[in-house]
Design a protein around this ligand. Structure first.
Ligand SMILES: NC(=O)C1=CN([C@@H]2O[C@H](COP(=O)(O)OP(=O)(O)OC[C@H]3O[C@@H](n4cnc5c(N)ncnc54)[C@H](OP(=O)(O)O)[C@@H]3O)[C@@H](O)[C@H]2O)C=CC1
Ligand SMILES: O=C(O)C1=N[C@H](C(=O)O)C[C@H](O)C1
Length: 250
């Protein structure tokens, strides 16, 4: 059996360093490159990488990914900062490299993926929904990629079910007091020393509330998802958004 030749970008970072160890420990993979900020992208082609795992920074990910797609290297992308415009740019790039696969996963932890799915299922049954995410204070972006994706999935489920806008009588508020709005869903970001990555989806209706909470307690929780992404992306051309597509959830 030939092993999958994997490169990790952001290899010295919090999640990247854990990913390096996970790839090294996977029997069906070979770590052929571990890139930090100072390393040129040509290292990827020189090393013969088949899959690049990007865990860098929202400012770096597009350049890295475009180099990979142009060179036929599959991408497993955990880095955040994804907008509709970025997805469109990536789709156009992939059109010119139709055998290349890219997985963009807002969250690789199975529990977080299930949180998103459960929130999506519950969204139409409650009048009110808000998302609160909690992260370590060194995180570059807010709200988190996971919270943004969760809110979008909730909003889409509510739109499909014909739910009206949620009630909110606020007419006067300090800037930011009601959080950010993602497709009409309020999203609040907390940054606190001691935390890693946590999320609550709060749903409310007359006389009851439902809270769906997930806690990532260690970066190891993202590793099974990253390894699954590497194994599946080599056989899945085009763009896949969300690890749930590789989990056979239905
Ligand atoms: N999808 C998921 O499940 C998860 C996603 N993430 C996301 O992954 C990203 C990284 O998070 P985290 O590990 O906490 O961040 P860190 O800052 O700890 O790590 C990022 C690493 O990438 C390096 N880097 C920056 N730019 C480049 C570049 N152009 N090429 C190569 N390396 C580069 C940084 O170097 P330097 O220190 O010199 O800047 C740093 O070593 C974030 O977007 C985060 O949200 C995190 C956890 C889970
Ligand atoms: O920066 C982090 O730590 C994380 N980033 C991802 C996000 O923005 O959703 C995934 C997880 O929350 C950890």
């Amino acid at each position: 059996m030939s092993r999958i030749r994997v490169a990790v970008l952001g290899a010295k970072g919090r999640i990247g360093s854990e990913a390096v160890r996970a790839v090294e420990g996977a029997e069906d993979m070979e770590l052929v490159a571990a890139l930090d900020r100072k390393d040129g992208l040509e290292t990827l082609t020189e090393a013969g990488a088949q899959v690049a795992v990007d865990l860098t920074h929202p400012d770096a990910v597009m350049g890295n990914l475009e180099y990979c797609v142009d060179h036929g290297i599959h991408g497993v992308i955990g880095t955040t900062g994804w907008t509709d415009e970025r997805f469109e740019r990536l789709r156009r790039r992939l059109d010119a490299s139709p055998s290349t696969g890219v997985l963009v996963a807002p969250n690789f932890s199975i529990g977080a993926v299930l949180t998103m799915r459960f929130a999506q299922q519950a969204a139409r049954f409650f009048e009110s929904v808000e998302v609160v995410e909690f992260h370590h204070p060194n995180k570059a972006d807010a709200p988190s990629g996971t919270a943004t994706r969760t809110a979008r999935l909730i909003a889409a489920a509510r739109a499909e079910a014909g739910c009206p806008p949620q009630p909110d009588a606020t007419t006067s508020a300090l800037d930011g007091a009601r959080g950010a709005e993602v497709d009409g869903i309020p999203v609040h970001a907390v940054r606190l020393r001691g935390l890693l990555a946590h999320q609550e989806v709060l749903l409310g209706d007359t006389g009851e509330t439902l809270t769906i909470r997930h806690d990532s307690l260690h970066h190891s929780c993202f590793m099974p998802g990253i390894l699954l992404g590497v194994r599946r992306v080599v056989e899945t051309p085009g763009l896949t958004v969300g690890l749930e597509n590789f989990l056979d959830l239905d």
